[in-house]
Design a binder for this molecule. Sequence first.
Ligand code: TRP
Length: 324
Amino acid sequence: MSDRILSGMRPTGKLHLGHLLGALENWKKFQGKDTFFMIADWHAFSSEYDSGSPVRGYVNDVLIDYLASGLDPAKCTIFVQSHVPEHAELDLLFSMITPLGWLSRNPTYKEQIRELKDKELHTHGFLGYPVLQAADILLYKANKVPVGEDQLPHLELTREIARRFNSMYKEIFPEPEAILTDVPRLPGTDGRKMSKSYNNAIYLSDSPETVDKKVKEMITDPARKRRNDKGHPEVCSIFYYQKLFNPGAVAEIDKTCRSGELGCVDCKKALSEKLRQFLAPVYEKRCELEKDRSAVESIIEEGDKKARWIAAKTFEEAKQAAGL
Ligand code: TRP
């Protein structure tokens, strides 16, 4: 059987450069195959249910970000999780056969509870996050799931749930594998991991002027106080970016930064230029899409329809097998 590929993101805000390099650029490589990309709004809601920033608005932003980044609805199916009710239904069925211990032992769960202290995450829904993710994947009988390393425990649970279902009722589901993206975590403008919650992200929706401004404000080598001080590229986020966006000049930058010839202001200017070139097509496409909401809407309607057609068949099969 040929591969079916599925992945998704939680719409908890507009997408940034970290998402583009870490996920979307990789997803694009699978287009043209049997490929599904989802906007996991139920998953977003499991932590954002009381945040006062409606998930629905972010669904729209993320959809436009997907399209602007080059996901092409002619080559893949793009859909919204909550528009396909079978996700919630299969989640419920799976929740009946998933032992609690599998969920409470999940390292990603434990880490999130620890990290997101300002949120009340001791909920039934949040504990069941990976059960819903298993439903997302298995509804389409996807066997390949491109994700980051943090998702491996969820994939493992998906396999365990599939195995349990298959052995308890009937062999229906494949045991999907992760396809890992080997992209290093992109630092944000303050050197920490790029994230909306740290307020250090460069967004796909940032205008070229905003990108310039953010690059100007980026933190460089803290030991370099004066223009001619010798720099240490290995501790500088700008240098990290130069390696990604300006690879041809890296050797020269490394040398002239260390000797103190190249100042941070000029180094940032060179980076800004490259970053603009990289982001311009995405930004322009984004502006076009913002103006043509009805086109965007029909793309999602089409994707939802295709997804639902498959999801309904699988869910019926699962119900039958389970004797429900
Ligand atoms: N949990 C994933 C994340 O946070 C998002 C997600 C939801 C997902 N359902 C999925 C990813 C199914 C892959 C397949 O990134």
